[in-house]
Design a protein around this ligand. Sequence first.
Ligand SMILES: [Fe+2]
Ligand SMILES: [Fe+2]
Length: 183
Amino acid sequence: MSIGHDPIAVLMEEHRIFLRRLQEFRRVLGPFPEKDPPPSTARASAAGFARFLAREVDGLHGRKEEEGLFPAIARHVGSEGGPVGVMLQDHVALREHQSTLSRDTDRIESDPGATEAWSRILAATEAVDDLLRFHIDKEDRVLFPMARELLSPAEMAEVAQICREIEERFGPAHRPSDPGQPP
Ligand SMILES: [Fe+2]
Ligand SMILES: [Fe+2]
């Protein structure tokens, strides 16, 4: 099975991209303390990161997990209280931090002196860093290997098909270019 037809391999590759993007964003934010108004480069970087979380992490990847992979696993182990339920709770928490980032990056764009918004951005970034690393580790080490054990080839093919349809609808090729994102 090539990576293009192995939905779990694609999700794991996306995890690596997310961790690299997170590390890069933390590096950019490093020199800017919460008590000072951030320069335009830091504001633009934060806005780009908020869009990245909304589009790539939640909009594309999260959708493939929630509509494709998780329901297939849940057919075997249920979702309430089990590993799928825990992952869904993480997604909800991540979405809350992402909406804080979206709201406060808009706020600081219209008022660059709004240091309380900048402080919330830094706190939400810290929370995303902790949550996303731990979440990805759980999926890579526990949930995905479990899916490989439990899902039949037919079920895996069905997950791959759902993921492909989501990529066609929401993938990067179908979005306007985003000047806030690094190449
Ligand atoms: Fe996830
Ligand atoms: Fe994931």
